[in-house]
Ligand binder design. Sequence first.
Ligand code: IFM
Length: 474
Amino acid sequence: MSVEALPAPVRTDFPAGFVWGAATAAYQIEGAVAEGGRTPSIWDTFSHTPGKVRNGDTGDIAVDHYHRYREDVALMAELGLGAYRFSLAWPRIQPAGSGPANETGLDFYDRLVDELLAHGITPVATLYHWDLPQVLEDRGGWLNRDTAYRFAEYASLAARRLGDRIGSWTTLNEPWCSAFLGYGSGVHAPGRTDPAEALTAHHHLLLAHGLGVGALRAELPADAQVSLTLNLAAVRPLTQDPADLDAARRVDGLANRIFLDPVFHGSYPADVLTDTAGVSDWSFVHDGDLAEISRPIDSLGLNYYTPTVVAADDPEHPAPRQDGHGGELSPWPADTGIRFLPAEGSRTAMGWPVDADGLYELLTRLRDELPGLPLLITENGAAYDDYSDPSGAVHDPERVAYLHGHLDAVRRAAADGVPVRGYFLWSLLDNFEWSFGYGKRFGVVHVDFASQRRTPKDSARWYAEVIRTGRLPR
Ligand code: IFM
């Protein structure tokens, strides 16, 4: 065959083998909270506590994925997804929070994984997306060091049953939220509001991660991929004034380095320990913990939505706190003297400014600080006030624009040498958006919560075309 007769190489905007996916989480979609031996999680308790979730919404039914997973996997196949990131519900798999597995709970994930594989979709499992068994909360939750050991036990049970078909595992999703929103501002379960507790929970979550990595490695084949997902912050000082720069350093410590340093370098940042000394003496860190926490992982998952703009507080003109997470109290321990400001630009329905450069900044930073570590965007997306028009169509041009801008940031980062291996859109389906209930729609597939009818939005078709061609529309 002459060279001229060879087909032209397919040019794509993304690296070879780039993984195209979408993400969800158990409590946000599954429903069936009392089926198959599942016991309550802290989110069942929290959402059933009056005043904690808008409109009194709960995950009792959610989008009924537990019963409709086949239909949902068919939708994923229609989109052309190569991978699906979902979380396992700990209270389904280990309802007593310790001891043996509930085989009926595992059966559900067995069926889901088989369905995914039958459609050629790679399963990517997260062990903990915030639904701690309530029975463990009753023993102190993440304030109790023992919870980290229980997590490792749960990780073993899940990997033992599913590890022959799931090759990609993530220990925790966004431990910042579990610790700082769950124990700092109290807008997430278990709804506690004590900065010292937030730091204790943070450390025990990281310990759970490290012990979980060890437990997974002991059960899984040698080529299994083990990861952690962080919602790192693209922190920007309002000005180059030294006081604003110092505010940015402090928030960078509490949002980013408080995770990256222990996980990748086996130590906590000295300035974070100093900045938080008035809140905690960190005596919850025991000998050997940091060695456990810094066990090597195969990749890092990054969740990104919006940047974080900070400045030194102006005592003359105190500004209302605007960090986008809701609630009256700050999630940040030891943030006296720091103002959180909205970034410029249009906003999503969460009030979060749209700024794709923040994603590029984080990716290039990780490239420089953790050379060679494969990165995955494990969540990125936007909520808008979508509705289905009289013809039944859901037009969501703002979401298409958001995704376009952020995928372009990923493309630029890859072109600049960032080892970014895949992108998981948040979210496949409209779902239970935590303390905001069902009022915030992140899905590329619209869900009518009353009938559970699924309708792909324009953004779903747009994403399917990007996946099919590997290119962003010009
Ligand atoms: O819905 C959440 C998800 O559970 C974790 N990351 C952020 C998303 C949007 O708020």
